[in-house]
Design a protein around this ligand. Structure first.
Ligand code: FMN
Length: 348
């Protein structure tokens, strides 16, 4: 039987509705509202959950793959890892240990994790704050305040967050490195946006803000209200699919990357599905820490999505490992949330 929380818009999740006297499965169903608020590439929300007694299994929903931008499902598994990170934090915030096994059945590559609602746990104040930031975190693609730098101790704590999940974060505020990275972002943009298959895939996930769709990215999130919102979906998709938007977009991204107060590369030692899920859990921690401190973030992953540029990015950032996500951080204007599917839509 489905509970009231499973059919609700997850952004309206309210701590006071936690079924403290309910069964373990009712509690898990409630807590999943916080998992589905995680970020995901193109807001594809590529996750499925199965609750069995006191544990929940997290599956990758491969039907939501992005075969052009993400042919190996790497970003898909990072997205699922971020949902897992949010879920573990929510369990802790409501006073439970989150007992997690990654990839519990090696013969089932879609089963990414099993998490049990464990024994009593006392959350730290920091965890409570980061948990509350699940509702306020947004991907913010708008220009950031160039006069305001992100504090170094916040970034040092974010580096620790990555290590806790066996990932790594390398941060730079150096103008020369930022400019070299910005050039790679714009080079990747040019190549990707010249590819009609890439444009078609992107167009399929961009919706006007008034759309009733509960996935995909609203045009406003790109700061493209005029192009995308006034003309509506079919015309907007037409623009992206058919015109050479590469030049303008690439220049804008270059400016945005170079002008961002801080760039941070999330990376792993190896490039396996397990490492991707771990990177996703690190991402959840980093973004919630940032959101709690009022710091906005968005992604500039384009060079990571293209093999030759991925190694150039590693070189530019001085890392000996596998780049997974490139983040920009700073202070941006407030934004409305992007849509989410209710928990009942992602429950097996
Ligand atoms: C693995 C991953 C990759 C992403 N890649 C990009 C990207 O390359 N460009 C971008 O603008 N947003 C990117 N995003 C952000 C998503 O588009 C965003 O999370 C989604 O639209 C939901 O919006 P929200 O984060 O504001 O809730 C990525 C998110 C994840 C988790």
């Amino acid at each position: 039987m489905r509970t009231a929380s499973s059919s609700k818009n997850p952004w309206q999740a309210s701590e006071g509705d936690f079924p403290s006297l309910g069964t373990a499965s009712e509690k898990l169903e409630f807590l999943l509202q916080y998992a589905v608020l995680a970020p995901s590439s193109h807001n594809s929300q590529p996750w499925l959950f199965r609750i069995v007694g006191d544990h929940v299994d997290l599956y990758a929903d491969r039907t939501r793959a992005l075969p052009v931008a993400d042919p190996a499902d790497r970003e898909m598994l990072i997205s699922c890892g971020a949902a897992l990170g949010n879920l573990r934090l929510a369990m802790n915030a409501f006073g439970y240990m989150a007992e997690r096994i990654l990839m519990p059945q090696p013969d089932d590559p879609d089963l990414l994790a099993r998490v049990r609602l464990g024994s009593a746990y006392r959350p730290t104040d920091e965890q409570r704050h980061h948990f509350r930031a699940i509702l306020t975190r947004r991907t913010n693609r708008l220009p950031f305040d160039t006069a305001k730098q992100v504090q170094r101790d916040l970034m040092a704590a974010a580096v620790e967050d990555a290590e806790v999940e066996r990932a790594h974060l390398t941060v730079t505020q150096d103008p020369e490195i930022k400019s070299a990275v910005a050039a790679l972002v714009s080079e990747a943009d040019e190549v990707q946006l010249q590819d009609p298959r890439f444009r078609r895939e992107l167009a399929a996930w961009i919706h006007p803000s008034r759309s009733r769709s509960r996935d995909g990215v609203p045009g406003t999130a790109f700061g493209m209200n005029q192009i995308l919102d006034q003309v509506g979906t079919p015309a907007a998709s037409f623009v992206i699919r058919t015109f050479d938007v590469g030049g303008g977009w690439a220049a804008r991204d270059r400016q945005i990357a170079a002008g961002s107060p801080t760039l941070a590369l999330l990376w792993t030692g190896e490039d396996t599905p397990r490492h991707w899920v771990e990177a996703g859990q690190a991402l959840s921690r980093i973004l919630l820490r940032a959101a709690d401190a009022g710091v906005s973030a968005s992604f500039l992953n384009q060079p990571i999505e293209m093999a030759p540029l991925r190694s150039k990015l590693a070189q530019a950032m001085g890392i000996a490992g596998q780049p997974q996500l490139l983040l920009r951080l700073g202070y941006g204007p407030p934004l409305p949330p992007t849509p989410r599917r209710p928990v009942e839509d992602v429950l097996d």
